[in-house]
Design a protein around this ligand. Structure first.
Ligand code: ATP
Length: 222
């Protein structure tokens, strides 16, 4: 059985938070491969300031060039119109062999908006989720973050999700599990990076060096 993680986002730009947490998830869940999937028109982000898809794709390629188990997919860029995760999950389910187990990897902040995603109820029927901790508010502990996930999951998706300590996941008779995973907190976001560049500040140690060079050379986010 091959275990593959799907990791989507705007990646505007990719940063060391993305790189580090997704490596931790890969190791923690014993995944064979991670597909990194940049979105075309991010349905939930302001279009202002999203750089060309080709540049976002190239920065992801540079960030993972040392590891062949991170594979970049342009499915969402090739599809016309905005990118919806449900379409991407259906796509990979249809092209990958029966011998593949797929997981959808999302940060907690993204998960807590999932009821605004297209056909989100179908997602919970189709694919197990791995939700990575992400500090939303500095005063919040990881414990209270997971509490907010539990409340959200039970109120918006189904109150029949129950937590299993042994599996560290919320399980359901008819729906796919939602696994929670504590990553080492990395307080970096693409928004911070874009703001820092605009303000003329350094982005060293926030993105891989090779990505920093690319951003500088191309004059992105100025
Ligand atoms: P922006 O600041 O533009 O909203 P972002 O930094 O949140 O961007 P995205 O490309 O939107 O980056 O994120 C893709 C996925 O990675 C999402 O599921 C998000 O929750 C997760 N993610 C991003 N940064 C981190 C981080 N530092 N720790 C954990 N998860 C993260």
């Amino acid at each position: 059985m091959r275990r593959i993680g799907l990791f989507g986002g705007t990646f505007n730009p990719i940063h060391l938070g993305h790189v580090q947490v997704v490596r931790e998830v890969k190791a923690g869940f014993g995944l064979d491969e991670i597909l990194i999937i940049p979105s075309a028109l991010p349905p939930h982000k302001e279009l202002n300031g999203v750089v060309d898809a080709k540049d976002r794709l190239e920065m992801i390629r540079l960030a993972f060039s040392d590891d062949p188990n991170f594979v970049i997919s342009d499915v969402e860029l090739e599809r016309s119109g905005p990118s919806y995760t449900i379409d991407t999950v259906r796509h990979f389910k249809s092209i990958l062999s029966e011998n593949t187990e797929l997981y959808l990897i999302v940060g907690l902040d993204a998960f807590l908006e999932i009821d605004t995603w297209k056909s989100y109820n179908d997602l919970f029927l189709l694919i197990p989720l791995i939700v990575m901790s992400r500090t939303i508010n500095k005063e919040n502990s990881t414990k209270s973050e997971w509490k907010s996930l539990k409340n959200y999951l039970q109120s918006k998706i189904s109150k029949e999700y129950t937590f299993s300590f042994a599996q560290s996941s919320f399980n359901h008779d008819k729906k796919q599990p939602v696994c929670v995973f504590n990553v080492t907190p990395v307080d970096i976001s693409s928004t911070t990076i874009r703001k820092r560049i605009k303000a003329g500040r350094s982005i060293k140690r926030l993105v891989p060096d090779i990505v920093e060079d690319f951003i500088k050379t191309k004059g992105l986010y100025l």
